[in-house]
Design a protein around this ligand. Structure first.
Ligand SMILES: Cc1cc2nc3c(=O)[nH]c(=O)nc-3n(C[C@H](O)[C@H](O)[C@H](O)COP(=O)(O)O)c2cc1C
Ligand code: SF4
Length: 558
């Protein structure tokens, strides 16, 4: 007779792999790379194919990647874009309509659209509220499958659902490789590879132009390149194309227009810093951008024969925190996007524990122009004592929202009047976010502040990625702050208590008609002082702005 121990030894622990599912998944993924960092890419393939990620596929994927099912689950459950389905749960309906309910879309009737859609479909089409999808200038936005519909209404969504118009629509105005090349494109890159322009010259020019990173923190780009170049090889380059800050649309806009100017800029940076490989991390909502960029990268490889480093294009999976550079690197390694503790900084220990240059997409986009036309192209511009050009992403209650390239230091009033065609008819300017959800809120009375790096701190705000959201006398600043806090609560990675619990507590307190101001201020201080990363540190900004500049809206001004 067998002993108990022998019986247990024979029974394998945990859920067993379903061999049929394993075979189909293997077929689906083909001769894919099963290294650990590819986990999120493979989860995308499963999600795209079946409309969800079920337990059996997760176990099969773990088996193919030779990792534990728990590791797969832990990663898949972190990202909003994977629909995890248990064996006994029903799968999502064939079509999902996602409606953005962040600030700009809310101003333009997102709530009413959600109500109408829910009333109309009653479950046979899934209606999901989602945070900002990066098209705030076309609010309100709905996404049917992967087809984004700007200025959406019930009829437009119905039409897309009925005709199963669920694929992303291709760009129609993108500058092709041939057009770019004909106008002198890739000449600078060639000159660098031919050693006609030295690495030192490039860095010197970046420094002379006082060029600063455009992802939010404004770190001097030339200095960053020099620092990473000094680190021991091998080094990597990472392009931050996550563009998750509500209100920010500039990266997607420029990428759609001129992908090759960006590709050239990225490869110049990679060459100057002598990086072994480039990784582009693109926000998952930018589906048309993904298809187009994949194509244009292939065209580049076919037509330009320089010994450039390998370029990997990777998809995010719906987590705002992955815009933070260390979280992004974790995500690229196939893990949950949780920011790392610093030091070490990613410039010293980044992707795969190697020194890593992380730059925002737009930072790299301007590099070829800077080198071709010289620093003066940028330094000759500027307003109100500031220098350079800024791409302001403007959304909200203005006539012409969108990306407006204007002198650094332009005021909100000039932006509204001279670039955005004024406020919408019937709307009076009441307030604005000068730097997306995290950069705080200012009242219309402070309409003459130069909008640039370093000019807003004294007002408790910052410009970040220059996402300007304008609201009017039809809106309330407290509602805007509430939406921003709700966004941070949704997007907190959960790693540290001041942020994960702080955002939740703040949301609860902000719902009250009368705000408990001392308690909210106390909570804000803890979040600012003790959160691990910029998300938790900046999350209280809009709430503190309301207390400071819009006291009439909370607690009768006490
Ligand atoms: C919560 C959070 C979100 C961020 N999101 C983005 C983003 O979507 N895109 C971006 O380029 N930088 C983002 N950043 C800034 C990056 O961490 C990093 O500073 C930037 O990519 C560096 O590039 P740059 O020097 O070219 O600006 C974010 C930072 C934080 C704290
Ligand atoms: S501050 Fe928030 S997002 Fe950043 S590490 Fe802490 S919990 Fe995560």
């Amino acid at each position: 007779m067998k002993t108990k121990a022998a019986i247990f030894k024979k029974q394998k622990k945990g859920r067993q792999v379903n061999l049929d599912v394993l075979a189909s998944l293997h077929l689906l993924l083909g001769d894919a790379d099963f290294s650990r960092d590819m986990l999120i890419e493979h989860l995308h393939v499963i999600q795209d194919t079946y409309g969800c990620v079920d337990d059996e596929n997760m176990v099969a994927l773990a088996s193919l990647m030779k990792i534990t099912p728990v590791e797969v689950y832990e990663v898949a459950s972190f990202y909003h874009h994977f629909d995890l389905v248990k064996d006994d749960q029903t799968r999502p309906p064939e079509v999902t309509v996602r409606v953005c309910d962040s600030m700009s879309c809310s101003m333009f009737g997102a709530e009413q659209l959600i109500d109408k859609l829910e009333g109309h479909y009653r479950g046979d089409v899934r209606i999901q509220r989602v945070p900002c999808i990066g098209a705030c200038n076309e609010a309100p936005n709905a996404v049917v499958g992967k087809n984004r519909i700007g200025h959406a209404d019930l009829e437009m969504v119905q039409q897309a659902v009925v005709t199963r118009d669920v694929k992303p629509h291709a760009f129609d105005n993108t500058i092709s490789f041939d057009e770019y090349f004909k106008k002198g494109g890739y000449k600078i890159l060639e000159s660098i590879y031919n050693e006609e322009i030295t690495h030192e010259t490039v860095i010197e020019k970046m420094k002379n132009a006082a060029f600063r990173g455009l992802g939010g923190a404004g770190f001097p780009t030339g200095v960053k390149w020099e620092l990473v170049r000094k680190e021991k090889a091998p080094r990597f380059m990472v392009v931050n194309l996550d563009e998750g800050e509500p209100g920010t649309v500039k990266d997607g806009f420029y990428l759609g227009q001129n992908p090759h100017q960006f590709i050239e800029g990225m490869l110049i940076a990679a060459s100057v810093v002598e990086c072994e490989a480039c990784y582009i991390y693109l926000r998952d909502e930018y589906t048309p951008h993904y298809e187009m960029l994949k194509h244009e990268l292939a065209v580049f490889q076919e037509k330009i024969h320089l010994d450039v480093p390998p370029i990997h294009l990777r998809r995010g999976a719906g987590a705002y925190i992955c815009g933070e550079e260390s979280a992004l690197i974790e995500s690229l390694e196939g893990k949950r996007g949780m920011p790392r503790l610093r030091p070490p900084f990613v410039a010293n220990v980044g992707l795969f524990n190697r020194p890593t240059l992380v730059n925002n997409f737009e930072t790299l986009y301007w590099v070829p122009i800077m080198l071709e036309k010289g620093p003066e192209y940028f330094t000759q511009h500027g307003a109100n004592g500031r220098t350079g050009l800024r791409s302001y992403s403007v959304s909200g209650r203005v006539k012409n929202p969108g990306v407006h390239l204007a002198p650094a230091g332009t005021t909100i009033q000039t932006l509204i009047d001279d670039y955005c065609g004024g406020m919408l008819d019937g709307h009076e300017f009441y307030g604005y976010f000068p730097g997306g959800a995290s950069g705080g809120i200012l009242p219309a009375t402070l309409n003459q502040i130069p909008l640039d790096f370093d000019t807003l701190q004294e007002y408790g705000c910052f410009i970040g990625s220059a996402a300007i959201i304008v609201f009017s006398d039809h809106d309330k600043a407290r509602d805007m702050a509430m939406m921003a806090m709700d966004f941070f609560k949704h997007e907190s990675c959960g790693q540290c208590t001041p942020c994960s619990i702080g955002t939740e507590k703040a949301c609860g307190l902000m719902k009250s008609d009368n705000w408990d101001i001392p308690l909210l201020k106390d909570l804000s201080t803890v979040m600012q002082d003790a959160s691990i990363c910029g998300l938790g540190q900046a999350a209280p900004n809009p709430l503190l702005s309301v207390i400071k500049y819009f006291p009439q809206e909370v607690n009768g001004g006490q």
